[in-house]
Design a protein around this ligand. Structure first.
Ligand SMILES: NC(=O)c1ccc[n+]([C@@H]2O[C@H](COP(=O)([O-])OP(=O)(O)OC[C@H]3O[C@@H](n4cnc5c(N)ncnc54)[C@H](O)[C@@H]3O)[C@@H](O)[C@H]2O)c1
Length: 268
C-alpha cells in the first residue's frame, strides 16, 4: 500500500516536526489537536523548519530566493490543520503523537479506529509504551505499529518501527516504506523496553562504566558524546535481531536490563 495522505494526531513538540518531514516529502498531511492554538502552533513549526532548511540552501547558493519562496508554498500547501476528525476519512497512515500516557493514547486509537478507513495504518510515536496495549483499543491490531521518531524529527534520520504482538508483516513493510518515502531510515524491532536506541543508550550509559561528574563529565551532552561511539560499537556486535530491513520480534537473551538512572538522560 502506498501512503497518499497522512495524519498526525497531537501537534506538540513532536507533532509539528513529524508533519514537516511528511509535508517536505510532498505527501499531504493533516494535523489534529484538541485546540486550534495547538494546531496553529504546529503549522507554524512546519513553516519555520521549512524556512530554515530553505534559507540554508539559499545561503549556500544551491537555490535562489525565488525557488525557496516557491518551495515553501509547495510544502505548506501539503499541510492542513483541524480540531476534528473530519479530514480523516481518506487517510492511509496516521501517526499519534499525544502525551505519553496509555489512557490518552488508547482513547485516541479507539477514535482513530472509528474515523479512518479500514485499510489505514495507525502508528504511535511513543518512546516507551506498549504498542500491543494501544492496539487493544482498536478492531485492527494487525494495523497498529510503533513509529518512533527522535527529536528534532525534521532532522534526525532514524525511525524505529516497533512490532506489537499482532502487528502484521504487511503493516511493518508499509511503515518501513513510508519512513523511507519521507527520507528516514527505518529499523524494525520487537516490543522491548527502550526499543533499540534508548535501550542501547541506557545500557551504555548505565552499565558500561559511563563517566561520572567526578571524572569531569559535567553535562548531559558530554556524557552522550562519550556514549555515542560506545553504543555504536556495541550495537554492531550485540544486536543481531534488530535490522534495517528485516522485522524481528525475538529479543536476544543477552540484552541487559535498562537502568532507571540512565533513562532520565535521553530525550527520545
Ligand atoms: N518530546 C520528545 O523529544 C519526544 C521524542 C520522541 C518521542 N516522543 C513521544 O512523542 C509523543 C508526543 O510527545 P511530545 O513531546 O510531542 O508531547 P507534547 O506534550 O509536546 O504534545 C502533545 C500534543 O498532543 C495534544 N493532545 C493531547 N490529547 C490529544 C487528543 N486526544 N487528540 C489530539 N491531540 C491531543 C496536546 O494538546 C499537545 O499539543 C509522546 O508519546 C512522546 O513520548 C517525544
Amino acid at each position: 500500500m502506498f501512503v497518499h495522505k497522512a495524519a498526525v494526531v497531537g501537534g506538540g513538540t513532536m507533532g509539528g516536526q513529524i508533519a514537516q518531514a511528511i509535508a517536505n516529502s510532498d505527501t499531504p498531511v493533516v494535523i489534529k489537536d484538541v485546540d486550534q492554538q495547538f494546531v496553529d502552533h504546529a503549522i507554524e513549526e512546519v513553516r519555520n523548519v521549512t524556512l530554515g532548511q530553505l534559507g540554508s540552501k539559499v545561503k549556500k547558493e544551491k537555490i535562489t530566493q525565488e525557488q525557496a519562496d516557491a518551495r515553501l508554498e509547495e510544502v505548506m500547501g501539503q499541510v492542513t490543520g483541524t480540531v476534528s476528525y473530519d479530514e480523516f476519512g481518506d487517510v492511509d497512515f496516521v501517526i499519534e503523537a499525544v502525551p505519553e500516557k496509555m489512557q490518552i493514547k488508547q482513547a485516541v486509537f479507539a477514535e482513530l479506529d472509528a474515523v479512518t478507513p479500514g485499510h489505514a495504518i495507525l502508528a504511535s510515536n511513543t518512546s516507551s509504551l506498549s504498542i500491543s496495549e494501544m492496539a487493544e483499543a482498536t478492531l485492527r491490531p494487525d494495523k497498529v505499529v510503533g513509529f518512533h521518531f527522535f527529536y528534532p524529527a525534521s532532522v534526525m534520520p532514524l525511525v524505529e518501527v516497533i512490532i506489537g504482538d499482532e502487528t502484521s508483516s504487511e503493516t511493518v513493510q508499509v511503515a518501513s516504506n513510508f519512513a523511507q518515502d519521507i527520507g528516514k531510515q527505518p529499523i524494525t524491532c520487537g516490543e522491548v523496553p527502550g526499543f533499540v536506541v534508548n535501550r542501547i543508550l541506557n545500557a551504555a550509559v548505565g552499565r558500561s562504566g559511563a563517566p561520572r561528574k567526578s571524572e569531569g563529565f559535567r553535562s548531559r551532552r558530554s556524557t552522550r558524546a562519550w556514549a555515542a561511539p560506545t553504543w555504536l560499537r556495541w550495537a554492531r556486535s550485540s544486536w543481531p535481531t534488530c535490522s534495517a530491513s528485516t522485522p524481528s520480534t525475538t529479543p536476544p537473551s543477552t540484552w541487559p536490563a535498562p537502568t532507571a538512572a540512565a533513562s532520565t538522560s535521553i530525550r527520545a
